[in-house]
Design a protein around this ligand. Structure first.
Ligand code: AKG
Length: 349
C-alpha cells in the first residue's frame, strides 16, 4: 500500500501507544465444574461467584476447560485462512451490503474511522429476523440468510459446526451469569429462543501504519455476551476499569475470551459492565480472530431485570427494543456518519 487512505487514520488521542501493558489481572477461569458429568453444586456456586466478580471488575475474563473440542476451532480457523487468502474478486462474490449484512466486507468503520481488517460475517440461526429499518414506526421485518463462498469448499460446514459449539458454551455462560446475580439458572434462556446471534471471521493484514490505525477502533459490544478466540499474535486491548489504561490481553492457548456486552449491563442494572476494547495491528504479522456475538431475539425489550431493581436500586435504564437498536447500530458500519452511533447511555434514566 503506497498512499494510505486517510479514512484509516485515528485521531491522536485514540492511536495505539508503542508499548502496551499486558493485562496480568484478567481472570483466567477454569470451567471444568460445569463440564464434568456429576457437577458439584458447591464448585458450580464458586465458579459463578468467580464469573460474577470478573464481570464486575473487568467486564472481561478468559475460560479454559470450556468443553469446545479443539478440532472445530482448528477447522474454522483453517477455512478462514484459506478464504482470506483468496483474491479480492473471489471474496467479493459474497460481499455484504446494507441489504444483506452477512458475507465479506473490507471497509467497515467503527466510530466513523475505517478499521484495518477484512471480515466475513454469518448468522447462527437462519433466517435471522430483524426489523427492515431502524425507523421506530416502521413495523416491517426482514429475513436474512447467509452467503457461502465457493472456496474453500469446507467453509460452510466448518462455520456451522463451530456455531453449534459456541451456542452450547454461550448458554452455559449465561447460566453462570444468572447464578452469579442470584437468579434462577435458566433466567436468560427465554430471550434466546429466537436469536440475532452472529459470528465474525476477522482477518487483520500486516499494517504499514500500525501506529496510526487500528484493526478495530474502540467500542463496546452491543449484544449480550461475546465469546472470542484470538490467535497467538495478540492485539486485543481492553480499557482497564481501575485506571482507564489500554491493556493487552495476552493470548492463552486454547482459551476463549469472554466479555459482557451492553445488554448484560442493562439487565444487571449496571452490576456488570460492558467494557471498551479495540484491536492494535501489527506491522509485520497478520492476525486472525473469531468473535461469536450472542444476541437475543429482535423483539426483546431490553431493560433492567425486575428482580434486580427496587426502591434503593431503581432501574438505571429505560426499556429499548433490541432489533431497532441493532439495526440502527449496523448503519454506521457502512459509512462515515456525521453523528455518534446509538449507545445504551441514550436510554439512561
Ligand atoms: O480481534 C479481536 O481480538 C477483537 C475483535 C472485536 O472486538 C470485534 O470484532 O468486535
Amino acid at each position: 500500500m503506497g498512499e494510505v487512505d486517510p479514512s484509516f487514520i485515528q485521531d491522536l488521542e485514540h492511536r495505539p501507544k508503542p508499548q502496551t501493558i499486558e493485562a496480568e489481572g484478567i481472570p483466567l477461569i477454569d470451567l471444568s465444574p460445569i463440564n464434568s458429568p456429576d457437577s458439584d453444586p458447591n464448585a458450580v456456586a464458586s465458579l459463578a461467584a468467580e464469573i460474577g466478580s470478573a464481570s464486575k471488575n473487568w467486564g472481561f475474563f478468559q475460560v479454559t476447560n470450556h468443553g469446545v473440542p479443539l478440532k472445530f476451532r482448528e477447522k474454522i480457523h483453517l477455512a478462514s485462512r484459506k478464504f482470506f487468502a483468496l483474491p479480492k474478486e473471489e471474496k467479493k462474490k459474497v460481499l455484504r451490503d446494507e441489504v444483506n449484512p452477512y458475507g465479506y466486507y473490507d471497509t467497515e468503520h467503527t466510530k466513523n474511522v475505517r478499521d484495518w481488517k477484512e471480515v466475513f460475517d454469518f448468522t447462527v440461526q437462519e433466517p435471522m429476523v430483524i426489523p427492515a429499518s431502524h425507523e421506530p414506526d416502521d413495523q416491517e421485518l426482514k429475513e436474512l440468510t447467509n452467503q457461502w463462498p465457493e472456496y474453500p469448499p469446507e467453509m460452510r460446514e466448518a462455520c456451522e459446526e463451530y456455531a453449534a459449539e459456541m451456542q452450547k458454551l454461550a448458554f452455559k455462560l449465561m447460566e453462570l451469569i444468572a447464578l452469579s446475580l442470584g437468579l434462577p439458572r435458566n433466567r436468560f434462556h427465554g430471550f434466546f429462543k429466537e436469536q440475532t446471534t452472529f459470528i465474525r471471521l476477522n482477518y487483520y493484514p500486516p499494517c504499514p501504519i500500525a501506529d496510526l490505525a487500528l484493526g478495530v477502533g474502540r467500542h463496546k459490544d452491543a449484544g449480550a455476551l461475546t465469546i472470542l478466540w484470538q490467535d497467538e499474535v495478540g492485539g486485543l486491548q481492553v480499557k482497564r476499569k481501575t485506571d482507564g489504561e489500554w491493556v493487552l490481553v495476552k493470548p492463552t492457548p486454547d482459551a476463549y475470551i469472554i466479555n459482557v456486552g451492553d445488554i448484560i449491563q442493562v439487565w444487571s442494572n449496571e452490576e456488570y459492565e460492558s467494557v471498551e476494547h479495540r484491536v492494535q495491528v501489527n506491522s509485520e504479522k497478520e492476525r486472525f480472530s473469531i468473535p461469536f456475538f450472542f444476541n437475543p431475539a429482535h423483539d426483546t425489550l431490553v431493560e433492567p431485570l425486575e428482580e434486580l431493581v427496587n426502591e434503593q436500586n431503581p432501574a438505571k435504564y429505560k426499556a429499548y427494543n433490541w432489533g431497532k437498536f441493532f439495526t440502527n447500530r449496523k448503519r454506521s458500519n457502512y459509512k462515515k456518519l456525521e453523528v455518534e452511533n446509538i449507545q445504551i447511555h441514550h436510554f439512561k434514566n
